[in-house]
Ligand binder design. Structure first.
Ligand SMILES: NC(=O)c1ccc[n+]([C@@H]2O[C@H](COP(=O)([O-])OP(=O)(O)OC[C@H]3O[C@@H](n4cnc5c(N)ncnc54)[C@H](OP(=O)(O)O)[C@@H]3O)[C@@H](O)[C@H]2O)c1
Length: 261
């Protein structure tokens, strides 16, 4: 048995797994011999991915079609993991809209909160108790470079990503003594279908989803926050340490000005 599976297996749950980075996490975990429970809304896409990963890597995959904005997803998740030992939870799904906050109905911002804030809280509450009993396990919470400062046109999303940074760092400190590793991953742009829809061209430092998934899983258990990619690490150092917050927000605004969606 490999050491990743011993530490974070035999089963991992990936929330938001049907495409893009979520599918890359699922594949990187399958390649490590970990069985999977995969959550997303589109049942056929999820099943096709599950079939491909089971035949390529010989792992068991359980697709769980559900909407993470709906609180009842916790019942589907509890049922799906009742007879399995989950060693890792990856909360990858996110909802975002690109527009000045007040140009969109309040419901859109509340959906950001449902998927990106309430979702990971519910997810951790379902999976953590069994890990605490076993004194073993891990969580990955997906955040973003957008979570480090204000971000015009993606304000609700950026705020939700700031929440995940602080939540993840807090949980990492609380759960480390109990044998559970918590990691917040803060990538810059990733080539996912969602990003391709919003961006006209790749931003500097844009990474493939497979690279982000690998860099994130490599950092699990070593630190509580990872910024995948050298360009993104450098940009974060400049934005957070060298520039004033006001200038950092203005720079973010220049970057998000070109986004649409
Ligand atoms: N893409 C980037 O450039 C970028 C940059 C920095 C950080 N990130 C972060 O990385 C993560 C993934 O990025 P991404 O947005 O590009 O997504 P992604 O991994 O390409 O896809 C989102 C996944 O989540 C699922 N999903 C979305 N809403 C859902 C819901 N309400 N219920 C259940 N499943 C849902 C989607 O499947 P269904 O449609 O089938 O439900 C899909 O499988 C996010 O947390 C994002 O904030 C992304």
């Amino acid at each position: 048995m490999n050491s990743f599976r011993e530490k974070y297996g035999p089963v991992a749950v990936v929330a938001g797994a049907s495409e893009g980075l979520g599918a890359a996490f699922a594949e990187a975990l399958a390649a490590r011999g970990v069985d999977l429970v995969l959550l997303a809304r589109r049942a056929p896409v999820l099943s096709a991915l599950g079939d491909r990963l089971s035949s390529a890597y010989g792992v068991a995959v359980r697709p769980v079609p559900c909407d993470l904005a709906d609180p009842s997803f916790v019942d589907a998740l509890r049922d799906a993991v009742a007879d399995r030992e989950v060693g890792l939870g990856v909360y990858n799904a996110a909802y975002s809209f690109v527009a000045p906050l007040l140009d969109r109905p309040l419901e859109d911002s509340l959906r950001v909160v449902d998927v990106n804030v309430r979702g990971p809280l519910r997810f951790v509450h379902v999976l953590a108790p069994a890990m605490r009993k076993r004194r073993r396990g891990g969580f990955v919470l997906m955040s973003s470079l957008a979570g480090f400062q204000g971000a015009p046109k993606i304000g609700a999303y950026a705020s939700s990503k700031a929440f995940n940074i602080v939540l993840g760092e807090s949980l990492a400190a609380e759960l480390r003594p109990e044998g559970i590793d918590v990691l917040v991953s803060c990538p810059g742009a990733i080539r996912t279908p969602n990003y391709a829809q919003a961006a006209r061209k790749d931003a500097p430092g844009t990474l493939d989803a497979q690279i982000v998934a690998e860099r994130t899983l490599e950092a699990l258990g070593r630190r509580s926050l990872v910024i995948p990619g050298a360009v993104n690490k450098l940009a974060t150092f400049v934005m957070r340490r060298l520039l004033s917050r006001a200038v950092a927000v203005a720079l973010m605004g220049k970057n998000t000005a070109d986004l649409s969606g």
